[in-house]
Design a protein around this ligand. Structure first.
Ligand code: ADP
Length: 380
């Protein structure tokens, strides 16, 4: 074979190998969804791979291969940072890594977080950069997960602070309240004969308000303590209901209430005191919010569902209008004044917190004048 023929053969082989390598390279980029860029700095030309453009929602032909293109798509706050890193990379002759996490705008207006790594691979004789190549990886999902985690941690911290605040405030408020109550009593007892009727009436108001505030504060304290420093135990829920019914015996007898519940209730891992309080609040409300002169009929059912247990407590009481069905679960929210029905409005807020502590959900369905069904779920 002549020399020329030999050279031509070698050239063909080299070309084939090169083409093969390019295909492999393109396939790698395609399958990793990484974007590749190749910047001829002094010529103001920059090749951007179709995957680079696809990351931001564009077809290859929609974006010109020019550095201005990405500089227009990048978040303006991050552009100056990119140049800062670039300048450090160039002035350190490539020692300082060109590495950054930046935001780009997607065609649809959303933010795409990109991890970008690059390197100057060619310099001119004066030491100026000639060519730089790099890769882009979409890290939006990672960033979102990170943000959610930061948010959840922040929320947990705030929640703890709030719990702490509620605990301290309610604990410390009890003392001045006690002082008010005892001084009012003292004035009433010691000076009652010297006081005008009007003044006595005012003292009564003060005393009633102080008592009410004291029970609100006590409730708040109890509420803030729910689930605190306790551990879950395996408990037969039928046992809890039996105990609650025993505790409410006087009330049940006085109102001639009947309570039906399934004897085969599940045994679940729960906070004992809290679970008892949950049933106690729901059953005592079912008794309390009855029609005057009508014996309460209460039905407690449980249904095993795929991933959870559904508990329902139904009554034949006064019912709740649709517009109030969410706010009744908020602390101290009541629909009646205390002369109609006793209470501070903490019961359902406790229920909501307890169900939440067990990762369940609580809601109410009701027909005004006919009764209500409180439902809650506990995961399996
Ligand atoms: P409280 O019982 O101290 O008023 P709750 O938080 O237990 O506080 O209940 C909030 C409000 O929800 C009650 O004031 C009442 O208006 C309404 N409610 C609760 N349970 C029932 C029920 N079973 N039937 C009708 N209304 C109810």
């Amino acid at each position: 074979m002549s020399n020329i023929a030999q050279l031509e053969k070698e050239l063909a082989t080299t070309r084939r190998l090169l083409a093969d390598k390019e295909t492999v390279f393109d396939n790698i980029l395609d399958s990793t969804l990484a974007g590749y860029w190749d910047w001829y700095i002094q010529d103001e030309y920059e090749y951007m791979s179709p995957t680079f453009k696809k990351m931001f929602g564009y077809e290859d032909h929609e974006i010109e291969n020019h550095p201005d293109s990405w500089q227009r798509m990048i978040h303006p706050d991050d552009l100056s940072y990119v140049f800062e890193v670039y300048n450090k990379h160039v002035s350190s002759k490539g020692e300082y890594p060109y590495d950054n996490e930046v935001r780009y705008y997607h065609k649809d207006g959303s933010i795409v977080w990109v991890y970008c790594r690059g390197k100057v691979i060619e310099w001119d004789e004066e030491g100026n950069p000639v060519r730089m190549v790099g890769c882009h990886v979409d890290i939006t999902k990672l960033k979102e997960a990170e943000q959610t985690e930061i948010y959840a941690r922040e929320l947990e911290k705030r929640n703890k602070e709030l719990q702490q605040f509620a605990y301290v405030a309610s604990h410390d408020l009890q003392e001045p309240l006690m002082t008010i109550k005892s001084f009012v009593e003292l004035v009433e007892n010691e000076f009652s004969h010297q006081l005008e009727e009007e003044v006595q009436m005012y003292l009564k108001y003060i005393s009633t308000s102080a008592k009410r505030m004291s029970s609100l504060v006590r409730d708040l304290l109890e509420y803030s303590r729910l689930g605190k420093d306790r551990t879950k135990l395996e408990i037969d829920l039928a046992e809890i209901i039996r105990d609650v019914i025993t505790d409410l015996k006087t009330n049940i007898e006085a109102t001639q209430a009947t309570i039906h519940y399934e004897k085969n209730l599940p045994t679940l891992e729960v906070y004992l005191t809290e679970m008892r309080l949950l049933f106690q609040n729901l059953i005592s409300n079912a008794i309390k919010f009855r029609h005057p002169g009508v014996a309460p009929q209460i039905q407690i059912t449980v249904e095993e569902q795929e991933k959870q247990w559904l508990f329902q407590i139904s009554d034949n009481g006064i019912g709740i209008a649709p517009e109030h069905r969410e706010r009744i679960f908020v602390i101290f929210q009541r629909l009646h004044n205390k002369s109609e029905y006793e209470g501070t409005g903490i019961g359902l807020a406790q229920c909501a917190k307890i169900v939440d502590l067990h990762d369940g959900k609580i809601w109410v369905d009701s027909t005004v004048g006919q009764g209500s069904t409180f439902s809650f779920t506990l995961p399996k």
